[in-house]
Ligand binder design. Structure first.
Ligand code: ATP
Ligand code: MG
Length: 347
């Protein structure tokens, strides 16, 4: 039995089996016949080749879809994300990480605000045996049966809490956090998720999902670029440009540094005031945890605005992975005994 964590985010799909992790943009495209698979010269290949066939249909996933698909799909709508994206993204991640037929116990998540509404549907979509063909960069087809034995869905920010609290054996390795009142701020691509763990009890009052994700800032940047260049840049093509501080459109370079500072600053104050309002009665929070890829990006702007003790953000680690690493540890916690029993039975 293999334990797998998969965080199907609006921006990125993340997966880990405790040894390796995988991260790709949550973009799906129609597969096309690639005439030529090699890079144009002996330089490094940018991004992984992730191509799958599910239910007889071929898809390019992530960066490959972005670069090669004529028709690309991307959404920021929760209902559509569940019905048209979640299964294919999760199966693409699972197919590239686990062996055929091996029973998998899977932990995944949903934004707090959609948890009740979609958790059974998401579990149903993922549970069971799925025949997937993984097509590698040379065009070789690998038939795989993804066997998802059990599924557990968590509210997304709990992943980060478990990541800080549990060790790789799934045991409580951190003595302080379980005894404290902890506020978790998970800034993702579309959503900001807030929740409170009060000595390990969930607080409904302190939990909410809002639209204050990085996409909101990217929308402003895309709008400005459209005004200047007449080109609508898809939001998922902005990550690298924003990180770099400039973008070239039809030969013209546009500087993004000043605008990015401004929109990230605005987004950070929105997040900070959402925290203030949501946790107005929870002035006894001991520690706040800032997580998600957006959390890392906004940390510099947010830190001075947050009233309370914010756990320092470790800039050497990729905060996009914090939820999924916690899902995996929680899976260990839930099913570790099962593993030992199975191993004993296997001799
Ligand atoms: N190395 C990186 N590459 C791309 N984006 C990064 C990187 N590091 C941080 N980011 C930021 O991470 C954000 C995505 O974070 P994350 O993966 O947590 O979102 P998500 O889980 O996909 O979204 P949501 O929680 O709304 O579904 C991007 O918007 C970007 O600002
Ligand atoms: Mg997320």
């Amino acid at each position: 039995m293999e334990i797998l964590g998969i965080d199907i985010g609006f921006g990125f799909t993340k997966a880990t089996d405790g040894r390796n992790s995988l991260i790709f943009k949550s973009v799906i495209g129609e597969a096309t016949d690639l005439q030529f698979h090699e890079p144009l010269y002996g330089g490094p290949v940018v991004g992984e080749h992730l191509q799958v066939e599910v239910d007889g249909k071929g898809y390019f996933i992530g960066e490959l879809a972005e670069r090669q698909s004529n028709v690309r799909f991307f959404t920021l709508d929760q209902a559509q994300f569940i019905s048209d994206f979640a299964r294919n993204l999760a199966l693409a991640a699972a197919a590239s990480m686990v062996k055929s037929h091996i029973p998998i116990n899977l932990v995944s998540g949903l934004p707090i605000g959609y948890y009740k509404q979609y958790k059974d549907e998401l579990a149903r979509l993922l549970q069971g045996k799925h025949d997937v063909v993984l097509v590698d960069a040379e065009g070789n087809r690998h038939q795989k049966t993804i066997n998802i034995n059990r599924v557990r869905i968590l509210p997304q920010p709990f992943g980060s809490l478990f990541n800080f609290m549990l060790n790789d054996q799934g045991e409580v390795g951190e003595r302080r956090l379980p005894k404290e009142k902890v506020g978790i701020i998970d800034v993702g691509f579309r959503t900001s998720d807030y929740t409170i763990s009060d000595r390990m009890r969930y607080s409904e009052r302190g939990s909410r999902t809002t639209d204050s994700g990085i996409a909101r800032a990217f929308n402003v940047i895309a709008k400005k670029l459209r005004e200047k260049s007449n080109v609508s840049v898809e939001l998922y093509r902005l990550y690298e440009a924003v990180e770099r501080g400039n973008i070239k459109i039809r030969g013209q370079e546009y500087d993004l540094k000043g605008l990015t500072e401004q929109v990230f600053g605005q987004l950070a104050s929105t997040v900070a005031s959402e925290v203030d309002r949501l946790w107005v009665d929870d002035w006894d929070i001991d520690t706040m945890i800032l997580t998600g890829g957006g959390g890392a990006v906004l940390a510099r702007h947010l830190q001075p605005l947050i009233k309370g003790h914010l756990m320092p953000v470790d800039a050497t680690r990729d905060a996009r992975l914090f939820n999924v690493q916690g899902y995996w540890k929680f899976g260990k916690h839930l099913w570790a005994r099962g593993v030992m029993e199975e191993e004993k039975a296997a001799g």
